[in-house]
Design a protein around this ligand. Sequence first.
Ligand SMILES: Nc1nc2c(ncn2[C@@H]2O[C@H](COP(=O)(O)OP(=O)(O)OP(=O)(O)O)[C@@H](O)[C@H]2O)c(=O)[nH]1
Ligand SMILES: [Mg+2]
Ligand SMILES: [Zn+2]
Length: 353
Amino acid sequence: MDLDRLSALGQFGWKNTLTQEAMRFDEALEPTRVIEIHRSGLIVAPDVAAQKEFVLGGRWFNLPADERPTVGDWILVNPETRAVETLLERMSLIKRRSPSGEVQPIAANIDTAFIVTSCNSDFSLARLERYLAVVRQDGIQPVVVLTKSDLSDDPESFREQTQSLGGNLVVELVNALVEEDLSPLASWCGPGQSIALLGSSGVGKSTIVNTLAGSALQDTRASREGDNKGRHTTTRRSLFRLPTGGVILDSPGMREFQITDADSGVHAVFEDIEELALDCKFGDCAHASEPGCVVRDAIESGQLEERRLQSYFKLLREDRNNTETIVERHARARDFGKKVKAHVHTKLKPRRG
Ligand SMILES: Nc1nc2c(ncn2[C@@H]2O[C@H](COP(=O)(O)OP(=O)(O)OP(=O)(O)O)[C@@H](O)[C@H]2O)c(=O)[nH]1
Ligand SMILES: [Mg+2]
Ligand SMILES: [Zn+2]
């Protein structure tokens, strides 16, 4: 691969291990990163080569959605046909179960996730635990960003509550409109780093992008007065380069975030409860009313909140219900593939150019 191109890709987070992997494939194929993806199957790559748009051909639609390229993925493309040929191995994948039941990929190859909520009625410990489980599942560094500190009478109380989820959890309390407030975030955004923003509509994800970038890359819009609900201003996922050298992924606010395939993430987030449970008298203790239950003791003594135990149970159940076996996944994908295939063949012939 030529060096100019490698250094251009480096500005989008290309890592050396990817060079090794790319070399296993046809030399004529070019590596690039997916910075935006359109429903039609069109993929948009950074402006580092002659072409920017590539087509996801019909065969990709026989695979489950999370095995198709998504934003943040590194792919190999054929510059002649403009077809997407190969998906390079991912370092991490943030995904959820969509309301329709499919596993929906959200961001690939992310180093750090900014989990954003505001110091107002959007704030929910249970939702933070949910995001943390998904992020920790893949070894991504979580940073909880509490925005609108300037609009709250008691912003510190939001920080304290968040910190109760774990002493080591990184929590930043900010006014997202103020550059200085975001300087602790900039330290996660150095060269080669990829960051994803996660959170509900209206919490200030796009505002963070704009303040870190120092320019209005993304539209932002005031939330509704009264209930602080956002207006779903951002409508697609896109990656942006930051002046600090990293790339950041903005996404539409999510109404619902169901976890899937995240059991080790749940274990990581509730490590404290699982450690206590080791000392329960019965190995299969349900921490309900069994004698010798150390988890109940911790709740009685105020060391552990009942809320947190219920949240742990809920996420374990949800993960179990939402995680399909590999056979189920592929059966679902085949059915879906059949439905879209005809459509893709007629509408998505690669354009020459
Ligand atoms: N005062 C204040 N306003 C903020 C802060 N963060 C965001 N805002 C405002 O909140 C509104 C919503 O911000 P956005 O950045 O559009 O929110 P978003 O998370 O991108 O929302 P979606 O794109 O709908 O998902 C805008 O009017 C911002 O100016 C903050 O820390 N303080
Ligand atoms: Mg937005
Ligand atoms: Zn117990």
